[in-house]
Design a protein around this ligand. Structure first.
Ligand SMILES: Cc1cc2nc3c(=O)[nH]c(=O)nc-3n(C[C@H](O)[C@H](O)[C@H](O)COP(=O)(O)O)c2cc1C
Length: 222
């Protein structure tokens, strides 16, 4: 990976112009009120930030056979994203704000920053002291997208998943569609009734039960 540090106002201005083009294109992709709301968001701080950093990935570094990239060649891109995250955490630990400007054409960025052909710009970051930090993400506050339910993002293998939920709870929450009183079998979560809901449906219901439990656990202070 590599880091291009941008401090000059004229270079920042070129990056800002490239952002503006991509931003205008993006606005056209939304319709009606959604488009107006999109246009009202401040989605970059290119000129305001004292430092811009373009984090890059040199895809030819260390030659064609690289340890850790033999099975998954794009691992170099992932590693570079990890560097972005580390930089982000370090910045926040120093009370600095960091914004990732992703509404920009990578080819334009390469040209402005004279990045060689085989090097991929991964992130253009704006770094600097900010007036304040929000308690919640701005897009969530604006009602653009809700926060994801963490329970729905975590998946377990069937065996582990089963053990997280007690049999009594599972049976209470999963009555057979046919009204039988048999407990559901552990292996595939279904009773023997011919008309009982299919496996997929049952798994979904188990999942919802489990995700509620998990959400409750995560909503407790650690
Ligand atoms: C992959 C990625 C791309 C992003 N792209 C943009 C962007 O183009 N414009 C923007 O305003 N915020 C973007 N963000 C969000 C901001 O960088 C960031 O969340 C915001 O500055 C608030 O910082 P905080 O999350 O540290 O509080 C992006 C975040 C990620 C993870």
């Amino acid at each position: 990976m590599g880091f291009v540090v941008v401090k000059e106002a004229d270079v920042k201005q070129q990056v800002k112009d490239a952002f503006q083009l991509a931003h205008n294109d993006a606005a056209e992709m939304f319709e009606g009120d959604r488009q107006e709301q999109y246009k009202s968001f401040k989605l970059e701080g290119i000129m305001e930030a004292p430092v811009g950093v373009c984090v890059t990935c040199d895809r030819l570094r260390n030659g064609p056979v690289v340890i850790g990239r033999t099975a998954i060649p794009e691992m170099d891109l992932y590693s570079t994203v990890c560097a972005v995250q580390n930089l982000w955490l370090a910045a926040r630990a120093e009370n600095l704000g960091l914004g990732w400007v992703s509404i920009i054409d990578n080819e334009a960025l390469k040209e402005i920053l004279a990045i060689p052909e085989h090097v991929v710009p991964i992130a253009y970051l704006c770094i600097g002291y900010v007036s304040h930090f929000h308690d919640n993400p701005e897009l969530e506050k604006a009602g653009w997208l809700p926060r994801e339910n963490i329970g729905e993002l975590i998946h377990y293998t069937v065996g582990k998943w089963f053990y997280e939920v007690s049999v009594a709870e599972a049976n209470a929450s999963l009555p057979c569609d046919e009204g039988c009183s048999k407990p559901y079998r552990h292996e595939d979560f279904r009773c023997d009734c011919p008309g009982a809901a299919d496996l997929f449906q049952l798994r979904r219901r188990w999942f919802h039960l489990f995700s509620e439990k998990l959400s409750r656990r995560f909503s407790q202070p650690f």
